[in-house]
Design a protein around this ligand. Structure first.
Ligand code: SF4
Ligand code: SF3
Length: 502
């Protein structure tokens, strides 16, 4: 018998499932506990027991890839729920299409939970969203459910995720202001500093408050880069710049750095012994042996560690990353964009974004962007942007050709811009010269993909490989109805896209 069964992310073993240990570093025991936690949530939902929203969302968040590796923390969470667990092996033993759709629903719900969690901590009520999560969790346990019952739920999952993204956009912009384009320095100045990773802007804000006047600078890592664009965060002069690149490079990039790292969400990789003493976690992120900052958000241990390590003596690194092109910034120059399209200065838009990962096939996204013609604009978001956000591809109509719209959490911006363009040109989104070329890795990408399908967006290209949990019939359905396809080569894909939409 397999020691575990997990197929939820793109790097799953052999493109099928991790059955012995996770490629991500998750042990079989952790995988079992995450199944039990999910199973306990399913039982509660099935029996109409309304768990508190925070408990529900945080529990689901801790089952996302690269969030919790901590058996004791998971056991504690299971105890808080206090329900017998529904055995997820029942889903795995179902026919392949039922299994595929139930998995899609469950993973989509995990993604939604992550987004709703960030809104909830900023004081935004997510009750409509958690009501759907409960309904979806209960549906996973319905043995009689097949294609007819599950497909509509999977589509509804995309709709609800869009609501969650819209709520998060409201929560972030009302709390921290509208992001504005900004050039973020990649130089690390001498002196004590903290590197903060993940997606949670509230955690960053609290850390900035607690470090103010303490002689400790703060640098963002990975998905935290777009935080520099928010007036409510940028105003802290000790929020200095950006450290490193995407999550999968952390074991290399963290080595020998004289500063602590704080993970507010995914993607945490098992830390190497050489730097484990300086990695801190908070919220749903947890790893055995690492110091965890609790709900009181007292970051004193992190600050103490920064002062103790002292930082670099000389400046390190150079260059910039540009970010902050959220819907507010892009739509404020909508007239310029529209006339550039009308005059032929902009021929095509590509949304190239999503999650990054370690597979060599991900060079596709770098090559693709490098090969896009000079009269095209690349919108990007999430950590997949690190494949090309260091490139200088010039500008059109005063806009850089690569526009970073933010985190995966800011996907609502891309949707809003696409809908506004469609309205301006009086056509449907699918009639726009706009193509989605998405990379996926974990479950938040699954929920975003479902949102794009809910909006009826067609011909999305997905890579580097298709999810292992999509059965041939479900894939056929997605290809027939939405024209979803796998990426091939940048040359062939570009020729096809631009040939079809000159
Ligand atoms: Fe494997 Fe991904 Fe699951 Fe980790 S999260 S165990 S790598 S499928
Ligand atoms: Fe990245 Fe983990 Fe998905 Fe927010 S940080 S996008 S992978």
């Amino acid at each position: 018998m397999d020691k575990m069964f997990c197929m939820q992310c793109e790097q799953t073993a052999g493109g099928k499932a991790c059955t012995n240990a996770g490629v991500c570093g998750k042990s079989a025991n952790t995988a079992r506990l995450q199944d039990e936690l999910t199973g306990a949530l399913i039982t509660a939902a099935k029996n109409g027991i309304e768990l508190e929203d925070t408990l529900l969302l945080e529990s689901l968040f801790s089952t996302l890839t690269n969030v919790s590796f901590d058996d004791a923390a998971l056991e504690k969470q299971i105890a808080k729920i206090g329900q017998p667990y529904y055995n997820l092996y029942k889903v795995r033993d179902a026919d392949e299409d039922t299994r595929s759709l139930k998995t899609l629903l469950l993973l989509g719900v995990r993604g939604i939970a992550a987004y709703a969690y960030h809104s909830l901590v900023l004081g935004y009520d997510a009750a409509d969203i958690t009501a759907f999560i409960r309904k979806a969790l209960a549906a996973v346990s319905e043995d009689s459910y097949g294609l007819n019952e599950l497909l509509p739920l999977v589509m509804e999952c995309g709709k609800v995720n869009l609501t969650a993204l819209e709520l998060l956009d409201k929560a972030n912009t009302e709390t921290f202001g509208n992001p504005a384009p900004v050039a973020v320095s990649r130089e690390i100045e001498p002196g004590a500093f903290i590197v903060v990773s993940g997606h949670d802007l509230r955690d960053l804000k609290l850390l900035l408050e607690q470090t103010e006047g303490r002689g400790v600078k703060v640098y963002t890592h990975g998905e935290m880069l777009p935080a520099h664009a928010y007036p409510g965060l940028k105003k802290y002069t000790h929020l200095k710049g950006s450290f490193g690149t995407a999550w999968q490079n952390q074991q290399k990039e963290f080595e020998g750095v004289p500063a602590p790292f704080l993970f507010t969400t995914n993607c945490l990789m098992p830390p190497k012994a050489s730097y484990a003493d300086r990695v801190f976690t908070t919220a749903a992120v947890s790893y055995p042996g690492l110091e965890h900052i609790g709900a009181d958000k007292d970051f004193t241990p992190v600050i103490r560690k920064a002062l103790e390590l002292g930082g670099y003596k000389e400046p390190q690194g150079d260059g910039i990353f540009t970010t902050g092109f959220g819907h507010h910034a892009v739509l404020s120059v909508a007239d310029t964009v529209i006339s550039a399209v009308k005059s032929g200065a902009i021929k095509h838009f590509f949304l190239v974004g999503g999650c990054d990962g370690a597979k060599p096939g991900r060079n596709y996204f770098t090559d693709f962007v490098n090969q896009t013609p000079g009269d095209t604009i690349i919108l990007t978001l999430a950590c997949g942007k690190y494949r090309f956000n260091g490139l200088n591809l010039g500008a059109i109509a005063g806009l850089p050709r690569i526009l970073d719209m933010g985190q995966c959490n800011d996907s609502y911006s891309a949707v809003k811009v696409a809908l506004a363009l469609a309205e301006a040109f009086n056509c449907g989104v699918n009639d726009l010269p706009l193509t989605f070329v998405l990379s996926w890795y974990e479950q938040k990408a699954v929920s975003i993909l479902l949102s794009l399908l809910h909006l009826g967006i067609k011909n999305i290209r997905l890579g580097p490989s298709l999810p292992a949990f999509i059965s041939p019939n479900v894939l056929h359905y997605l290809a027939e109805n939405f024209g979803i396809k796998s990426i091939t080569t940048p040359e062939a894909d570009l020729a096809e896209i631009l040939g079809a939409n000159p």
